[in-house]
Design a protein around this ligand. Structure first.
Ligand code: KG4
Ligand code: ZN
Length: 351
């Protein structure tokens, strides 16, 4: 079965072609970073327009890369999976509309996919080391999944690749958002995650100790806004404006490193709690922030110390891509999921 995946939830237009749920025959990610950079964040209207400009061309390119022809009488793919939630509404509508149009024209099934669930699916895919045979779902699930992205910090009990129960969520900023905001505050540029990560590698994680907000003793929710404010007060002084330079004598690299240490500690501790509460020996950590080297190394130490398994996607598949959308679309299709042209786009994740 060949699935076309379409991803337009935020600031990346992604198109992928996936065969039998695991062979990635094309995976194109068109980043809009250059368009949003000067605003220091994603501008929704610019994002929607940019998706609309490129989406059909990228689909054509992906079909060519995958050696599939749109000129044959037979449709080039067997199904179309599209991320229809959560995301920026205008951006989502571009992908959903393109997917609906092609599903109608080619008369192939349409499958709406939750983008956050698709991040979890990305652990089963590989670009750098394509497997010979389909990965076995039972090697990954059941698991506790932690999705850490620019829009979400969510813990799930994942019973299977398609069955995810929310255990905890962010109460304010998402982890990636905290990285982005702290990077902006420290003048490290956009997007902030990779910038913080490389600055932090040259800094001292113990230069100061920022608060680890764990909420209640058993809470699986997250809060990062206090940490962001603590960094701001420490770096610039309590009453200084947001745009003030950092205090003399402080090194940006040290502040980035101390921030990263606090954020990563919280993520690891919440994952530990969730695994303990659910008696689960296996975890999946995914989403853009899962590309963070320090988080990955701390999770590896945690897994070793606790004798549990932690899977993360390969680096290129941590951030937004359509291979994960096609992958989850394939798994849903195999279980009989089909949507029709009334499929709605939604800003909210699945309940
Ligand atoms: O999953 P993703 O591509 O998009 C959303 O679904 O939101 O995640 C993007 C987020 C951004 O906030 C970005 O700063 C963060 O992932 N990110 C990182 C790293 N690479 C990307 N955060 C920390 N360290 C990184 N290396
Ligand atoms: Zn994402």
């Amino acid at each position: 079965m060949i699935v076309l995946g379409v991803e337009t939830t935020c600031d990346e237009t992604g198109v992928a072609i996936l065969e039998d749920g695991f062979r990635i025959r094309a995976n194109i990610v068109n980043s809009q970073i250059p368009l949003h950079e000067r605003f220091g964040g994603v501008v929704p209207e610019i994002a929607s327009r940019a998706h609309a400009e490129v989406v059909t061309r990228l689909i054509e390119r992906a079909l060519v890369e995958a050696d599939l022809s749109i000129n044959d009488p037979k449709p080039p793919v067997d199904a179309i999976a599209v991320a229809n939630r959560p995301g920026l509404i205008g951006a989502l509508l571009v992908g959903v509309t393109a997917a609906k149009a092609l599903s109608l024209a080619w008369d192939v099934p349409l499958i709406g996919v939750d983008h956050v669930h698709a991040h979890i699916h990305s652990v089963m895919l590989s670009l750098s080391n394509p497997p010979e045979t389909a990965p076995r779902e039972e090697d990954y699930f059941p698991a506790i999944s932690l999705v850490v992205s620019g829009g979400h910090t969510t813990l799930y009990a994942s019973r299977s690749a398609t069955d995810h129960e929310i255990l905890g969520n962010t109460t304010d900023d998402a982890a990636g958002e905290a990285f982005d905001k702290v990077a902006a505050l420290l003048g490290l540029g956009y997007p902030g995650g990779p910038a913080i990560s490389s600055a932090a590698e040259k800094g001292d994680r113990q230069s100061t100790r920022f608060p680890r907000t764990l909420l209640g003793k058993d809470s699986l929710d997250f809060s990062f806004s206090g940490l962001k404010t603590a960094v701001r007060y420490y770096a610039k002084g309590q009453d200084a404006p947001r745009t003030a330079p950092i205090r003399p004598g402080l090194k940006v690299e040290d502040v980035a490193a101390a921030f990263e240490a606090a954020a990563v500690d919280v993520l690891v501790e919440k994952l530990r709690r969730a695994m303990k509460q659910r008696g689960m020996q296996r975890a999946i950590v995914c989403g853009g922030v899962a590309a963070n080297r320090y988080l990955r190394s701390e999770l590896e130490s945690f897994a070793k110390a606790e004798g549990v398994a932690v899977h993360f996607p390969e680096l290129k598949l941590c951030t937004d891509n359509a291979a994960m959308i096609a992958g989850l679309g394939h798994a849903l299709a195999a279980r009989g999921t089909r949507h029709n042209l009334s499929l709605k786009a939604s800003t909210m994740t699945s309940p």
